[in-house]
Design a protein around this ligand. Structure first.
Ligand code: PAP
Length: 336
C-alpha cells in the first residue's frame, strides 16, 4: 500500500492528518518486517528499513509538510556526523545573533539546535509548530532522498539539503556502540558479528547504508546547488574549509572582515568534538527523540575519529565492507 502523496504546499487540517495516521496503522501491517536494532521490529518502507514511528513521520511529511524555499534539511545516515553538522550549521547561520562566549550550544547542546524531523513530525501539533518557525528553518533527518516529496526535491522549490556521509566501517562501529547503549534490555543481545552481517545485508535502521548515500550522491550530481554532499573524513581534515563552504551554500557567506576576525576558527572550535564532548550539558543531558526513546547526550560523543574501526573489526571484516562499497558504488563516480 502506497499512501497518496498530496501536494505538501496545500494546507492540511488535523482531520487530514488523522486520516494519514489511521492509514499508517494499516500500512504497517502490510509491510515486510525484520528484527530491529533499537526496537523489536523494523519495516521495509519504499526501500528503506524504518521503525513504525519514523514511517509515520515519512508519510506525514509526504502528505502534509508545507515546505518553504528557505528550508534546509541536514540529511544523513545514522552515525555519519549529524551532531557535528547540526552544531556547525546552527552556529554558522546564527553567528551574528549569539556571542561565542555565551552561545546556546554551550548550555543546550547540539541536539536541541533544531528538530530531528523524522521523529518530531509525528508528535501532536508538530506540523503547526513547524509552520510557525521563522525562516530559514533547519531540520535534521535520516530519511532517504527517495522518500522526500518531489515538490521539495524540485530544483525550482529553492529548498536545500546538506548531506554528510562517512566510511561505512566507522559508521557500523559507531552504530553498534550506540545500539549497545540504547537497545532495550528486553531484546536479546545482538553480538558484533551478528550486527555486522545485518549491516552488510542492509538490514539496519535507515539502511541499506549504500543506497542511502547513493540516493543523495546522484541527486547532488544533478543539482549541486541544491545538495551539498560532504564527507566526514574530509571535514575532519580541514574543518575551516567546510565552515566556509557551508556558509556559502546556506546563503550566508563568511565575509573578509569575519575571516580576519577569526570567526571561522571560533566556529570550528565551538563545534569541535573535544569541546562539545566536555560540556556539562553533553555529559549529563538527555535527548527525548519524539515519543520513541530518550538518549543520554553523551552517547552522541564517543571517539569522533577517523578509522576507529581498526580497533573493533578484523581485517577481513574491513575488507568485506570495502568490497560491498566498491561493488555498490561502481560506476557512480563516488569514492569514500
Ligand atoms: P546520530 O545519527 O545518532 O545523530 P551522529 O551525530 O550522526 O549520530 O554520529 C555520531 C558520531 O559522530 C559519533 O562517532 P563515533 O561513534 O565514531 O565516535 C560521534 O562521536 C561523532 N561526533 C559527535 N560530535 C562530533 C563532532 N563535534 N566532531 C566530530 N565527530 C563528532
Amino acid at each position: 500500500m502506497i499512501l497518496k502523496n498530496n501536494n505538501p504546499n496545500m494546507s492540511s487540517s488535523d482531520d487530514d492528518q488523522e486520516k494519514t495516521r489511521k492509514q499508517h496503522a494499516q500500512l504497517i501491517k502490510e509491510l515486510p518486517k525484520t528484527g530491529g536494532w533499537f526496537q523489536p521490529d523494523m519495516f521495509l518502507y519504499q526501500g528503506q528499513w524504518l521503525i513504525p514511528n519514523v514511517i509515520l513521520g515519512a508519510t506525514l511529511m509526504q502528505n502534509h509538510f508545507k515546505h518553504r524555499s528557505a528550508d534546509i534539511f541536514l540529511s544523513s545516515f545514522m552515525k555519519t556526523g549529524t551532531t557535528w553538522l547540526k552544531s556547525l550549521m546552527f552556529s554558522i547561520i546564527n553567528r551574528s545573533r549569539f556571542d561565542f562566549s555565551d552561545h546556546p550550544l554551550l548550555h543546550q547542546g547540539p541536539q536541541s539546535c533544531f528538530p530531528v524531523f523524522d521523529a518530531y513530525i509525528s508528535q501532536d501539533h508538530a506540523i503547526t509548530n513547524m509552520d510557525n518557525l521563522p525562516s530559514p528553518r533547519l531540520f535534521a533527518s535520516h530519511l532517504a532522498y527517495s522518500l522526500f516529496p518531489s515538490t521539495y526535491k524540485d530544483p525550482s522549490s529553492g529548498c536545500k539539503f546538506v548531506y554528510v556521509c562517512r566510511d561505512p566501517k566507522d559508521v557500523f562501529v559507531s552504530k553498534f556502540h550506540f545500539m549497545k547503549n540504547v537497545r532495550p534490555k528486553e531484546l536479546p543481545v545482538l553480538s558484533i558479528n551478528e550486527a555486522f552481517e545485518l549491516f552488510c545485508e542492509g538490514l539496519s535502521e535507515y539502511g541499506p547504508y549504500w543506497d542511502h548515500v547513493l540516493g543523495f550522491w546522484k541527486a547532488s550530481l544533478e543539482s549541486p546547488n541544491k545538495i551539498l554532499f560532504l564527507r566526514y573524513e574530509e571535514m575532519k581534515r580541514v574543518p575551516e574549509v567546510y565552515v566556509k563552504k557551508l556558509a556559502e551554500f546556506m546563503g550566508v557567506p563568511i565575509s573578509a572582515e569575519e575571516e580576519e576576525n577569526g570567526v571561522v576558527e571560533k566556529i570550528v572550535e565551538l563545534c569541535s568534538f573535544e569541546h562539545l564532548k566536555n560540556l556539562q550539558v553533553n555529559k549529563t543531558g538527555v535527548l527525548q527523540i519524539g515519543s520513541i526513546i530518550a538518549v543520554n547526550n553523551h552517547h552522541f560523543f564517543r571517539r569522533g575519529e577517523v578509522g576507529d574501526w581498526h580497533n573493533h573489526l578484523t581485517k577481513e571484516m574491513g575488507a568485506k565492507i570495502d568490497q560491498i562499497t566498491q561493488d555498490k558504488f561502481n560506476g557512480s563516480g563516488l569514492t569514500l
